[in-house]
Design a protein around this ligand. Structure first.
Ligand SMILES: [Zn+2]
Length: 306
């Protein structure tokens, strides 16, 4: 299974910043220590091209992002300091989702060890997200002729508001977001399908709701590809999430999504999205179990769809 990583490109942050950037490196190390080389193929992707990025974003926003010409207010809204390095890292991270989508067509499953930056809008960034990798990757697959219709299954605890807004009038991208009702963003956008969950939602309630959402998504939309955002922040100890899933529940979540995707005979690219548990090893544990679960679904050929 191809696994794309970008943690070798630094994210310069002041000390004690609340973004847990170490998780990316720790996850890659955990994967390379615990999983056999015969199962995994770790690769650094190509960075996303400007052409690809501009399929989802406003040209003037991208110019100002690349040239360091954003206002203080725009940078504060993202919550990460701007630097040339962070722009480079972001382009590689988007490239990793594009590469994972492409690989999914030959291998059925593929992974980006980052990505899932779903709060990025057409003309601004927000909530640790500068560029919307899911929409950029979806449109890259369309431009390459690999897919016409892409289903985005967003299981990060925060609504995929940027994704919903960019794809709102795009009938070729179906956005399904299952998230905490009282979590950021406080002004929600309208996805094609939103499932909002109460504070303290447990494993069973979550999994029942997710299953219904998956069934509805594939009934309403005839996808060629799924992009799955496997955020760890529905975890009960997450600092920013308000749900109460256990690690076992999150493993069942991954299994449920991947099983449904397999039964629908669809390739899937998995992106990690957010996670803010106070113990960084908890974040790494949950992402790692997503990788292990994804591995169970690799390599089986997809029958031709009717
Ligand atoms: Zn999140």
């Amino acid at each position: 299974m191809k696994i794309f990583y970008t943690d070798t490109f630094p994210i310069p942050l002041p000390e004690n910043h609340n973004f847990p950037k170490e998780k990316y490196y720790l996850l890659r190390v955990r994967i390379s220590e615990r999983l056999s080389d015969q199962l995994i193929d770790l690769q650094i992707p190509e960075p996303a091209s400007s052409e690809a990025i501009l399929r989802a974003h406003d040209a003037e926003y991208i110019r100002r992002l690349f040239e360091g010409d954003l206002t203080d207010k725009e940078i504060r809204r993202v919550g990460l300091p701007w630097s040339p390095q962070i722009v480079e890292r972001t382009r590689y991270s988007v490239g990793a989702t594009i590469a994972a989508c492409r690989a999914a067509f030959s291998d059925r499953v593929a992974v980006n060890l980052g990505g899932g930056t779903h709060h990025a809008f057409h003309d601004h960034g927000k909530g640790f997200c500068w560029l919307n990798d899911s929409v950029i990757a979806a449109r890259a697959m369309q431009a390459e002729g690999l897919a016409e219709n892409i289903l985005i299954v967003d299981c990060d605890v925060h609504q995929g508001d940027g994704t919903a807004a960019i794809a709102r009038d795009d009938p070729t991208i179906f956005t399904f977001s299952i998230h905490g009702k009282n979590n950021f963003p406080y002004n929600k956008e309208t996805s094609d399908l939103d499932i909002e969950l109460e504070d303290g939602t447990d494993d069973k309630t979550y999994l029942d709701a997710l299953e219904k959402g998956l069934i509805e998504s594939t009934q309403r939309f005839n996808a060629d590809l799924v992009i799955y955002l496997a955020g760890t922040d529905p975890y009960r100890k997450d600092r920013y999430g308000r749900l109460a899933l256990t690690k076992a529940g999150l493993a069942q979540r991954d299994h449920l999504v991947l099983k449904h995707v397999k039964e629908s005979k669809l390739p899937v690219a998995v992106a990690m999205a957010g996670g803010y548990a106070p113990e960084i090893q908890d974040i790494v544990d949950i992402h790692h179990q997503t990788i292990e679960t994804t591995l169970e679904f690799q390599g089986e050929t997809i029958d031709q769809k009717d």
